[in-house]
Design a protein around this ligand. Structure first.
Ligand code: TRP
Length: 457
């Protein structure tokens, strides 16, 4: 049985809300549009959706199965289902991922804190050039970035100390609906701006005439994993708090749908607004995209400062429910494996993450491409971290999880857990087919694609 330091969701809705809170965050609103911009528009969107459907949704369910079936975090789950093997290494990779991702995520999340203030007081400038320059100067201020990162990690740690139910479930229940309403309002405004048609075309109409960049595949796959909080066992942990009588598979599908909906919605805001700005080049903008484009949108709204500040409040809150899940993975690991009290685990891990975040806070070139490794290494540590964890560590983790569930645990046991307590699921057999063959093959193919394509050209 679960130890009292662990916990349980109060209800099925509580679980959906918490998992959605983990999934919806900077990945949807900051990451997705940025990646679309760098991946060349609608083709990226298409590849992204395929990744979500064929690769990520099945693995999402697989992680929950491992968690609920074992009542353990990532490491414990592998140890329980495959004792005396090396499979626990996959769990260990996940625990490291949590700290690694959080270390750069908290930096960007810290920026949203500051932008609440700057939008509210109207300090960002009045035109596109000023707004862009403000972002560059702002992120070049190392001590400020470090202080903001610290503040964000501090708040995250404080929330986690409250325990599973009180901490995560409550924040998300009120936040998510508010976020969606505000995004819908912003999308409605963005779609009536002068550049909207051009923006929509860029976003939705694939241009197959351009040479296909193979990096788009890895970027889209990594983004899908990141956005769904997949591949590092966060959902093993959340699944371990899920009650047996709750329908695991359908809950998973709701969360995947909601997460994808919000990412797509963010694109409907960013690209119409971006293309309403003279000389806008989505591929040239890096991590600053939303910070440089959205203030333009707020300026076009009556009461824009208020809308802008509200937007960044909600974005910060969405980021918070995600950082909570990132920190919860290593925390639950230390509680399970070393019997640390929750307080000690939170404190030690928050401090370690903060240490690791300092290079990201100091060295984030706002223009360097997130998907460009050499540029990332040359002074853009944040971009390097994002690339290493999202595009490589998470998909590799996902690959191993799908192999584990499909072959080691076995489909019979997995499907028994999926349909426990007579839970309804559209087609458990189709899920089994996807997790066994399609997901791992697709990940392998995407990783090998650069070599394959070179061979044929
Ligand atoms: N999914 C979150 C986002 O889109 C980020 C995140 C939270 C995450 N927990 C995670 C990513 C676990 C990978 C693994 O902002």
């Amino acid at each position: 049985m679960a130890s009292p330091e662990r916990g349980m969701w109060g209800s099925r809705l509580g679980f959906i809300m918490a998992a959605a809170g983990s999934a919806v965050g900077l990945g949807n609103i900051w990451g997705f549009p940025t990646q679309v911009g760098q991946g060349g528009g609608a083709v990226f969107v298409l590849v992204y959706l395929l990744c979500v459907l064929l690769v990520c949704a099945p693995i999402f369910i697989a992680e929950l199965i491992l968690g609920r079936g074992s009542q353990k975090g990532p490491l414990g789950a592998f140890k329980k289902f495959a004792p005396n093997t090396k499979w626990w290494v996959v769990g260990a990779l996940g625990v490291m991922c949590g700290v690694g991702i959080l270390s750069f995520y908290a930096v960007i999340a810290g920026w949203t804190f500051a932008y609440i203030y700057y939008t509210a007081v109207g300090g960002l400038g009045t035109n596109a050039v000023e707004i862009a320059a403000f972002f560059d100067t702002f992120t070049a201020n190392g001590p400020l970035s470090i202080a903001l990162t610290f503040a964000f990690l501090f708040v995250t740690a404080a929330c986690i100390l409250g325990g599973v139910q009180a901490g995560i479930e409550r924040v998300t229940k009120t936040l998510m609906p508010a976020l969606i309403v505000l995004l819908l309002i912003l999308a409605a405004r963005a779609l009536t701006l002068p550049g909207a048609a051009e923006g929509l075309e860029y976003y939705l109409k694939p241009d197959f005439s351009k040479a296909f960049d193979v990096n788009v595949l890895t970027a889209a796959l990594g983004q899908a994993f990141f956005s769904l909080s997949l591949g590092m066992g966060a959902l093993i942990v959340y699944g371990s708090y899920l009650r047996r009588e709750d329908n695991l598979g359908m809950s998973a599908l709701y969360v995947v749908l909601l997460d994808t909906f919000i990412a797509l919605l963010a694109g409907f805001i960013i690209f119409p607004t971006g293309f309403s700005i003279e000389g806008f080049d989505p591929s040239a903008s890096g991590p600053g995209l939303i910070f440089q484009v959205l203030p333009q949108l707020f300026a076009s709204l009556p009461g824009g400062a208020l809308f802008g500040a509200a937007f960044f409040v909600l974005l910060a809150m969405a980021a918070l429910t995600s950082t909570i899940s990132l920190l919860e993975v290593p925390v639950s690991h230390c509680i399970d494996q070393y019997q640390w009290p929750r307080k000690k685990a939170v404190l030690v891990l928050a401090v370690a993450t903060f240490g690791l975040s300092i290079p990201s806070a100091l060295g984030n070139g706002s223009v360097a491409s997130l998907s460009n490794l050499p540029a990332a290494l040359g002074g853009n540590f944040l971009g390097f971290m994002a690339l290493a964890w999202n595009s490589y560590a998470l998909p590799i983790g996902g690959f191993l999880i799908s192999i584990f569930v499909g072959y080691r645990l076995g489909l019979d046991k997995a499907i028994a857990e999926l349909t426990a307590d007579n839970a309804w699921f559209p087609s458990p057999a189709l899920w089994g087919f996807l997790i066994r063959y399609v997901s791992p093959a697709a990940i392998a193919l995407i990783f090998l694609w650069p070599f394959i394509s070179r061979y044929f050209s």
